[in-house]
Design a protein around this ligand. Structure first.
Ligand SMILES: Nc1nc2c(ncn2[C@@H]2O[C@H](COP(=O)(O)OP(=O)(O)O)[C@@H](O)[C@H]2O)c(=O)[nH]1
Ligand SMILES: [Mg+2]
Length: 264
């Protein structure tokens, strides 16, 4: 596969040395030969010994994989969004910014497929979506699925954006669109992508959802109750900020009322 657009794919990692290796290897099989794709593994302040392991894992693969960048090791734990934004900040001259979860729940072949799809639609952000439908293979723990669906439905209602799956761990954003909304972004935890979606949407950037296969890997570290409550609190804060004069002026929205429902 060749690709003209340059893509920076960030893999945010919090204590992932036990899960990332098979996924990195399958990503190499799919993307290793594409000269325009760079991959940055960002360790999100997991501690010295963990970072040492992550460093070895990345370095062991760099000789055969020129697109794999040196490990970016953050001193402090910033949260998933913070780790992704730190990786994206070192963007260089890439046309696209993307991230994928470290655990391989999103198969490498879907990462490659969406990169191809995105680069054929310049200017449109692509959010992967776990839609259980004919032709798609979705394997998720029942409780996570249930809480995920409740959360996604709340997000969609509270923000009046008809998104099916705001939390899926694979997303691609055109660099120019990200640069445009970057000053608005404040959420660095697990709800960061909800804020990112709102900022893109309100600024008139087209965002599309793309159904993917998903095979949930065990060992997820999101704590369902604690992290869901935190995410919900962040979603409410995003809703408040979206109504502020500052946000609306930044996005070029008229004064008063909610932003319009539906994609502009
Ligand atoms: N739990 C957690 N994950 C983080 C953090 N920063 C980055 N991540 C990454 O976010 C991604 C999703 O986490 P994961 O544990 O797979 O979530 P789950 O499968 O929904 O439980 C993984 O790549 C994590 O390594 C953090 O501070 N906490
Ligand atoms: Mg996971």
């Amino acid at each position: 596969m060749t690709m003209n657009d340059r893509v920076l794919l960030v893999i945010p990692c919090f204590r992932e040395s036990g899960r990332i290796e098979p996924f990195l290897d399958s990503l190499f099989d799919e993307l290793g030969s594409i000269a325009t794709v760079s991959v940055t593994v960002v360790d999100d302040g997991s501690g010295a010994s963990e970072q040492e392991k992550m460093h070895s894992i990345v370095e062991a693969r760099r000789a055969r994989w020129p697109g794999l960048q040196p490990l970016m090791a953050l001193d402090k734990n910033l949260g998933k969004g913070g780790a992704i934004y730190a990786g994206w900040a070192a963007c260089g001259n890439h046309d696209w910014l993307a991230f994928v979860d470290a655990d391989g729940s999103c198969p490498a072949y879907e990462v490659a497929r969406l990169l191809r799809e995105a680069t054929q639609q310049p200017g449109t952000a692509l959010f992967a979506s776990r839609v259980c439908m004919l032709g798609k293979r979705i394997k998720r723990d029942f409780h996570r699925h249930l809480i995920g669906r409740v959360y996604a439905t709340i997000v969609s209602e509270v923000l009046q954006i008809h998104v099916y799956d705001s939390q899926c761990g694979l997303k691609l954003v055109p660099t120019a669109a990200f640069e445009k909304v970057r000053p608005l972004l404040r959420v660095f935890g697990f709800a960061f992508d909800v804020e990112l979606l709102c900022a893109l949407f309100d600024s008139g950037v087209l965002v599309q959802e793309a159904p993917i296969d998903w095979h949930e890997t065990g060992g997820g570290k999101v704590r369902l109750v604690r992290d869901s409550l935190r995410m919900f609190r962040d979603v409410l804060a995003v809703r408040r900020r979206r109504r502020s004069a500052e946000w609306r002026a930044f996005c070029g929205l008229a004064d008063g009322g909610d932003p319009p429902p539906g994609q502009r």
